[in-house]
Design a protein around this ligand. Structure first.
Ligand code: ZN
Length: 147
């Protein structure tokens, strides 16, 4: 079993604690780094899982990318795509909804596309979610070329 980040061979203990705490395969160094990131940014665990699932498919993304105004859960800067994980989709208030829309408007003005992904999709449809995100990046890449 190898670390999803650095490919280092994991010993059983490293594997167990990473799997139990994060649902991922990470060496101790990378597990601690991710735990710190979560602590600092309140990053949803699904964002971390999606990040590593994308990495596995060869998509290079960034976690907690600072866009100048706020920290974006996942950014794929090559195609200017921001991904936010929605944790309480079912409890979206109208204030949250209008704030989200405003954020999307600002990022569009800066040439960024923002998509919001309900955390349950990462939990139950990780493969399909990754597949669709790759499709979106390909679409964006094609559009960038046209411009
Ligand atoms: Zn590692």
């Amino acid at each position: 079993m190898k670390c999803s980040d650095c490919n280092k061979e994991l010993d059983y203990e490293e594997y167990r604690s990473s799997k139990d705490l994060l649902g991922l395969k990470l060496c101790e160094q990378h597990r601690l780094r991710i735990e710190k990131l979560i602590e600092l940014n309140e990053t949803p665990i699904e964002a971390i899982q999606l990040y590593y699932a994308l990495k596995e498919e060869g998509v290079s993304a960034m976690l907690e990318w600072w866009d100048g105004k706020k920290s974006v859960d996942i950014a794929i800067s090559r195609v200017k795509l921001n991904i936010e994980i929605d944790c309480e989709y079912h409890m979206l208030t109208h204030e949250q909804a209008i704030n989200d829309l405003e954020e999307v408007m600002h990022s569009f003005k800066n040439g960024f596309t923002t998509i919001r992904i309900p955390h349950v999709l990462v939990k139950y449809y990780l493969k399909e979610t990754v597949f669709n995100i790759i499709g979106i990046t390909e679409g964006l890449k094609a559009n960038i070329k046209v411009i």
